[in-house]
Write a protein that binds this ligand. Sequence first.
Ligand SMILES: Nc1ncnc2c1ncn2[C@@H]1O[C@H](COP(=O)(O)OP(=O)(O)OP(=O)(O)O)[C@@H](O)[C@H]1O
Ligand SMILES: [Mg+2]
Length: 239
Amino acid sequence: MNRGAFIVIEGIDGSGTTTQTALLEKRLTASGRAVVSTREPTGGPVGSMIRQVLTKRLREPSGAPFNASTMALLFAADRVDHGAVLITPALASGAVVISDRYDHSSVGYQGLTGKLPFAEAAFWLRAINTRAVRPDLVVVVDIDPREAENRRRARGGAEELYEVAALQAHLCTYYSNLSKYFPEDTIVHVDGSRGTDDVGAAIDRAVQALFFRQLEQRKAGELEEQLEELLEDNRAPKP
Ligand SMILES: Nc1ncnc2c1ncn2[C@@H]1O[C@H](COP(=O)(O)OP(=O)(O)OP(=O)(O)O)[C@@H](O)[C@H]1O
Ligand SMILES: [Mg+2]
């Protein structure tokens, strides 16, 4: 069984990552692929705890929110769980896994809310996430933070922990430089200010390019194996 594909959708709050994850799942399922759609924080035990902190239902005994390092370690633990319970088995079964956020969010959100200088924090955040399964493709939905805020307002619901204008503006800059912090990942930016279908079409182009690359790599691997067998046959002593 060929390994499936691991796709991550990233962006600031309100950029449309959840909308686009659902749409991509729908399109790929309709095209006949096995798809597992997921998100971070996950619905697992550590992820559920993180969601309580994000929605301000769980706080320190003093009433303060958890500090950035505690959050970073919780997210890293949730991610190890995510890999073991869902991502790795799904990829092994040949499915396409789409995750609404991944460790790129951890570096941005916890890196920008802690006390350390960002570069130092980013280094530590990457270090505690070295066990994370690397994605084959990361799609960043770029959007102006004010537009994203308007969308969040229109969507309604209470403001979550990180939904603060100044932080969102810094996150926007971080996401535009994402390849600096994740040089080994394939990162594609799409214009999130466009309509939902146009954003989806841009994501599709990146996903189809990934599938094409994977196919070419598989073909090259098979050819190499055949060549190896031929050489082996020629090396064998003639009876
Ligand atoms: N391209 C788009 N154009 C206009 N509105 C959009 C677009 N994409 C999503 N929206 C709307 O904007 C709101 C935010 O979208 P969504 O929940 O997908 O964002 P998100 O990035 O997942 O946000 P969060 O980070 O808060 O979970 C929703 O009400 C959604 O319907
Ligand atoms: Mg969302």
